[in-house]
Design a protein. Structure first.
Length: 179
């Protein structure tokens, strides 16, 4: 996301205008070229980056939208392109302003799933094609991953972000993902 999504100046301007931005790399040794042997960060070509599916990366890539006091108001997982991340930023602003943020999140999740259902049936011929050649089905899968991140992120809502980031580092180290 650092080199594609956040490199989009329109998105960066929107995020800077509405949020306090923090970049947190739970495995900085990969960017600093000091990863343990066999754990180096691969270099991707522009073509590989363009082909990477939205929603990919799972819990390895997270966005936390916090209140001014650092408490999490919204969280997503996975890699998202500029348009999707902008929509999530706008949703996060809505959740921060909502009288009942839980209801607002539940409604937003339901809309994501309804959009996914609509896309999956929009072009019946896509069912015969591989997913990589079926843009509606591919987008539907991404929306389902985004909706899933709403469910998984719900447990983080209302928590201060700093201890959450510390737990992510500990979990990754415990799982042998970083050393």
């Amino acid at each position: 996301m650092r080199t594609v999504t956040f490199a989009n100046t329109e998105l960066a301007d929107h995020l800077n205008a509405n949020f306090v931005l923090v970049w947190f790399n739970h495995a900085p040794q990969f960017l600093e070229g000091q990863a343990p042997e066999g754990q180096s960060q691969p270099a991707y070509t522009p073509e590989e980056i363009a082909a990477y599916p939205e929603g990919g990366g799972g819990g390895n890539i997270r966005a936390f939208y916090c209140r001014p006091d650092g408490v999490i108001a919204h969280a997503t997982q996975g890699w998202w392109g500029p348009a999707t991340l902008r929509a999530e930023a706008d949703r996060a602003l809505g959740f921060l302003r909502a009288t009942d943020p839980d209801d607002a999140r539940t409604e937003a999740r339901a809309r994501l799933l309804a959009d996914a259902d609509r896309l999956e049936t929009a072009d019946p011929a896509e069912r015969e094609r591989p997913l990589r050649d079926a843009p509606n089905r591919r987008r539907a899968a991404a929306l389902r991953l985004l909706a899933q991140s709403y469910t998984e992120g719900k447990a983080l809502l209302g928590q201060p972000v700093a201890p959450v980031l510390d737990r992510i580092v500990e979990e990754n180290a415990d799982n042998g993902e970083i050393s």
